[in-house]
Design a protein around this ligand. Structure first.
Ligand SMILES: [Zn+2]
Length: 318
C-alpha cells in the first residue's frame, strides 16, 4: 500500500508522484525517510539558489529570494508527521526547514525550526493537519506571503524560536523566478512551468555531485529563464535543445563545472531514459548531447580567452 509522504505543489507532475512509492513504514523508518529528504532538499535548495541568483540577467522573470525552505506539518502524510515534528521542528505554523548557506536568510541569522508568525505585519496562517494525506495549500500560501513581503527587497519577519518571539529583518537578493522542489518519487522526472522547478528524488539520485545536480536543475531553470511554456511538440523539441544549450552557461556562471553536464547527459543517453525527459516531444539524446558538448567547448574557449561567460544571442532574453 502506498503511503502519502509529503504533499506538493500543483499538478505539474503526474498525480502518482504526489505519494511516495514507499511501503508502509516500519516504526523507525519515517525518521530515516525524513532525514534523507532533508539532505536532498538541502542539496536542491543550495544548488537552485546559486543558479537562480547568479543568472538574474539571463531570466525573463524575477523574484526576490531569501534562501530558506518553508514547510508545515500539514504537508506531511500522517505516518511521517511525528518524524517531521521531531527532526524538522515542524508545527502547525509555516516553519523554516532549512537555510541555504550564504543566503540572505543565513545572513539574517534565521534558523531551521524558526516558526513564521508575521511578514511585514501580516500574519501567517496556522494550519492544523486535518487529512491523512497532507496538503500543500498552507505552505504554498506561506511561500506566496513571504515572496510578496520580500518583493520590495526586504521583509520584517516575526518568528518564534524556542518559545521566544523575535523580529528579524531579511534583505533579499534578486533571483530568477523559480521555486525549487524535490518530489518523493521513483520515476525519473524533472519539470519547470515558469514558477516551479520540480524534480523527483529518483532524478536527483542520478546526480552524484553538486555539479551534476546543477546540470539537471540548470536545464529546468533554463526553461523558466527562456520563458518556455508547454507547447506543440515541434516547438517543444526546439525548446529542449535551447534549454540544453543554455544550461552549461547557467552552471558556469554559478560556479559549477559545465563539463559535468556532458557526463550526466551521456548517462541519460546510455540509460535510454524514458518518461518526461525523453518522449516524442524531445530530441534524441545523441542530438542533445552534441548540443551540450558544443556549448561546453565554447565556454572553455571563453574562459581561456578571459572573456565573460555570455551565451549566444539566441539564448539571451530579448
Ligand atoms: Zn526540458
Amino acid at each position: 500500500m502506498r503511503k502519502a509522504l509529503r504533499s506538493l505543489a500543483g499538478a505539474l507532475l503526474p498525480g502518482t508522484l504526489l505519494v511516495a512509492a514507499a511501503p508502509a513504514p516500519a516504526a523507525d523508518q519515517p525518521a530515516a525517510v525524513v532525514r534523507a529528504l532533508l539532505a536532498d532538499d538541502t542539496a536542491v535548495a543550495t544548488v537552485g539558489y546559486r543558479l537562480a541568483t547568479a543568472n538574474v540577467d539571463l531570466c525573463v522573470e524575477h523574484m526576490v529570494e531569501s534562501g530558506m525552505l518553508i514547510e508545515t506539518l500539514a504537508q506531511y502524510g500522517s505516518d511521517y508527521r511525528a518524524a517531521a515534528a521531531d527532526i524538522l521542528k515542524l508545527t502547525e505554523r509555516p516553519t523554516i526547514a532549512l537555510v541555504v548557506p550564504g543566503s540572505p536568510a543565513e545572513r539574517a541569522e534565521l534558523q531551521p525550526g524558526d516558526a513564521l508568525i508575521e511578514a511585514d505585519g501580516a500574519p501567517f496562517a496556522e494550519t492544523p493537519p486535518t487529512i491523512a494525506g497532507g496538503t500543500f495549500t498552507a505552505v504554498e500560501a506561506a511561500m506566496t506571503a513571504l515572496d510578496s513581503a520580500l518583493a520590495d527587497g526586504t521583509a520584517r519577519l516575526t518568528v518564534v524560536r524556542a518559545g521566544e518571539r523575535r523580529t528579524i529583518d531579511v534583505i533579499g537578493t534578486p533571483a530568477c523566478k523559480a521555486r525549487f522542489q524535490l518530489i518523493p518519487g521513483d520515476d525519473p522526472d524533472a519539470v519547470a512551468n515558469g514558477t516551479w522547478v520540480q524534480l523527483s528524488t529518483r532524478m536527483a539520485g542520478f546526480a552524484k555531485t553538486p555539479d551534476q545536480l546543477a546540470a539537471i536543475l540548470g536545464h529546468e531553470l533554463a526553461h523558466n529563464a527562456l520563458g518556455h511554456r508547454k507547447s506543440r511538440a515541434a516547438i517543444q523539441r526546439a525548446q529542449e535543445l535551447q534549454a540544453d544549450r543554455l544550461m552549461p552557461y547557467l552552471m558556469a556562471r554559478a560556479g559549477y563545472d559545465p563539463a559535468a553536464a556532458v557526463g550526466v547527459w551521456a548517462s541519460f543517453k546510455r540509460r535510454h531514459l524514458g518518461g518526461l525527459i525523453q518522449d516524442a516531444t524531445h530530441p534524441s539524446w545523441s542530438e542533445r548531447l552534441r548540443a551540450v558538448e558544443a556549448e561546453v567547448a565554447r565556454i572553455a574557449e571563453l574562459k581561456a580567452r578571459g572573456e565573460a561567460i555570455v551565451p549566444p544571442a539566441d539564448l539571451r532574453p530579448r
